[in-house]
Write a protein that binds this ligand. Sequence first.
Ligand code: 6MZ
Length: 353
Amino acid sequence: KLTKTEMDTEADVFYRQLPKVELHAHLNGSVSFETMETLIKRKPHLNIEHSMTAIRRGQRRSLDECFQVFKVIHQLVDSEEDILMVAKAVIQEFAADGVKYLELRSTPREVTETGLTKQRYIETVLEAIRQCKQEEVDIDVRFLVAVDRRHGPVVAMETVKLAEDFLLSSDGVVVGLDLSGDPTVGHGKNLLSALEKAKNCGLKLALHLSEVPSQRDESELLLNLPPDRIGHGTFLHPEVGGSDSLVDKVCKQNIPIEMCLTSNVKGQTVPSYDKHHFQYWYKRGHACVLCTDDKGVFCTDLSQEYQLAASTFGLTQEAVWMLSQQAIGYTFAPEPIKQRLEKKWAELKQQIL
Ligand code: 6MZ
């Protein structure tokens, strides 16, 4: 029987060996098939089947249906024990895929039945990161506290306060704030003061922007903050109903865009891989970083995303290498960490390219 590596083509090996930076990964969307099996077995009374937690190859869902999937996963992951298990597994899986630096994001939740609080939620993710480090998993992990836009301005402000506390007490592991959640719900103008507060206290901002077409005004507003990175930005450019003014703001402020090819195709905000907005921004020489978004839900990994981008847009291995190396500059890590990563890339380049 051939091992996985032997079955891989040479190209597959290149993408797996390529050192990678993952900057857009939602914890509960990143839970693998194997971990999901364990969770489903742990909670048989919920009657959850695997088809409810993942979108397989060739399948598509509406974005709305994707958000239903997260509701199911949240039922399965609702205690400190669950969070510790999924966070550790997700970190180990990213490391096994050749990710050397990971910024994980997650929305702190409170669950009365299990005694879970938002504070403990974050502490538990940080504990998972600490344990992986202690077990010498070869990956540097940082955390972004996520604000779910669906929950409105009061919760957003509470979450920012919590994130601010951890920014000071987590030894540099908590680095920023994410704004995510169903983009068709709520308006960013109501969250502006929470986001401004976050920025003022030193949290980096990674905001989902223009994931759906109706967010043009919201993006105009939020780009004035400005965010430190943009999630998706699918509908920013004029060819898809965005505007020159939006593109100008992004370019003048040089804001990197996190691009998630499979997620956007499976969630149907982008009609096909070759129509992905990666093409538009990459051609302009704009800062783009390939990411998975939800590797569990969309059944992908970062190696596959690099390979897809390369085959769809005809990137050479050298160009792919540049793409992964440039991502180091878009992390929220402090300068010494970036330098350490640069060094690692330089060493590996001789072996791999
Ligand atoms: C917007 C998304 C998302 O936070 O419980 N999330 N938000 N757009 C997307 N595109 C597909 N994918 C995931 O992980 C799940 C949560 O991440 C956000 C949603 O708020 C979702 O509930 P956590 O770890």
